[in-house]
Ligand binder design. Structure first.
Ligand code: ATP
Ligand code: MG
Length: 388
């Protein structure tokens, strides 16, 4: 269902999924005066712990979806693997953004690549592998490559690097021969991403281009300041992200990830139909954060072009930095980190720190990029995060 009147503060907004992105959406919606509902099966989840109401049920539970539709004026999602029928069912009675069709594209790397091609944005040379015949037909020039499951991958999970045809065949077997995309391994000079927000009326705004450093397939550091990528790359990335959103008449917040190659050319990697880890710096460095953009698009409030007022660097805080002294887990030295100027700590309320688990992030803001980097390096040293 759609409509065009704004949903005003005091109304109830719902989110599917209880992770950290849902938690930060809930915080932002509450700041703006909305009541919040989270649908999430886990009893103790980052978003479920802070929302006004937590409906604890599976995403396809009919009663839960009926409750969600009754309680909420509009519903959004915080992760892309919400079953498409759930979004479709809700959208019959309440506005849902992003729409099921857009989420379905982002859920499947093969559909996603086809969408990029349709929008005229170059992506990595690739082949879809669904059958042994597809495997046999793979061109040698896609190797060395990365075999990625078409669905359900995140943080580098469901990906295998392969150098030879034999390794490719073995990797596909190990992935249980599920539908996959083989991508040519590209020589990356840098990675960047762009968050755009598009309203129901077609108005579209963007956050500045984020430069990202990944470690072992997981985002580690995001830096945002003028000159983080070349002006030409920045302009192309913003234009590409907007055309990818417009190509599906997207409503909501969308993040598009890109590779910058050694020759300066830009290649799109993937899109996330929601706020993104690389956009977290906007909470402290921009006058409108990516989560406020999500609230505004969902509630059909006006969109204004966000302005970045501070140079920013974000450090992801993974479970690895919680060390243990025998049986006793040791908290990172937060007072030492917070003694540094321009540090903003965000923790997601997760109690168990596991290696590679996203526990929180630290935003560092300041007047200029050099000063921010200096503080960030000190914070990283205190926290035991590798230098960058
Ligand atoms: P997330 O959901 O956390 O963004 P993901 O599991 O969807 O991660 P990708 O974004 O596909 O994974 O890949 C993770 C990282 O692996 C990329 O950010 C990049 O560093 C590297 N990578 C992926 N594909 C390629 C490629 N074709 N060539 C070179 N490096 C790549
Ligand atoms: Mg990615």
């Amino acid at each position: 269902m759609s409509g065009s009147a704004p949903i005003l503060p005091g109304a109830t907004l719902g989110v599917l999924g209880g992770g950290q992105l849902g938690r930060m959406f809930v915080h932002e919606a509450q700041r703006m005066g909305y009541v919040t509902v989270v649908l999430e099966p886990d009893q103790s989840s980052p978003a479920g712990l802070v929302a006004h109401h937590h409906i604890r049920a599976a995403y396809d539970d009919e009663h839960a979806l009926a409750d969600m539709a009754r309680l909420c004026a509009a519903v959004t999602t915080e992760f892309e693997n919400v079953p498409a029928p759930t979004l479709q069912a809700l959208s019959r009675s309440k506005p849902v953004s992003p729409a099921a069709e857009a989420v379905a594209i982002a859920q499947d790397r093969a559909l996603e690549k086809a969408h990029f091609v349709r929008c005229g944005v170059p992506c990595a040379p690739h082949a879809v592998i669904e059958t042994p015949d597809h495997l046999a037909a793979v061109q040698d020039d896609l190797l060395p490559g990365i075999l990625k499951t078409a669905r359900l991958g995140y943080d580098g999970k469901g990906q295998v690097r392969v150098a030879t045809r034999e390794a490719l065949a073995q990797a596909w077997n190990e992935l249980k021969q599920v539908p996959c995309v083989l991508e040519k391994m590209l020589p990356l000079a840098a990675e960047c991403s762009v968050v755009v927000a598009r309203g129901q009326d077609g108005q579209i705004v963007n956050l500045p281009v984020q430069r990202n450093l990944h470690r072992e397939g997981i985002l580690a550091v995001t830096e945002v300041h003028p000159g983080n990528v070349s002006e030409a790359v920045a302009q192309q990335a913003v234009a590409a992200a907007k055309s990818i959103a417009e190509g599906v008449e997207y409503v909501g917040v969308l993040c598009v990830e890109f590779f910058v190659l050694a020759d300066g050319s830009l290649v799109v990697n993937e899109m996330a139909p929601r706020p993104h880890n690389s956009g977290h710096y906007s909470q402290d460095a921009c006058d409108v954060s990516q989560f406020e953009l999500q609230v505004r698009t969902l509630a059909r409030l006006p969109l204004v072009q966000p302005r970045q007022h501070s140079a920013a660097l974000m450090l992801n805080l993974l479970g690895d930095i919680w060390r243990s002294d025998g049986e006793i887990p040791l908290e990172p030295d937060w007072p030492a980190v917070l003694a540094l100027p321009g540090t903003h700590l965000h923790l997601y309320g997760k109690t168990e720190a596991r290696a590679g688990r996203k526990m929180g992030h630290l935003n560092i803001t300041g007047a200029d990029a050099a000063g921010v980097r200096e503080v960030a390096l000190k914070a990283a040293a205190i926290l035991g995060i590798d230098s960058f």
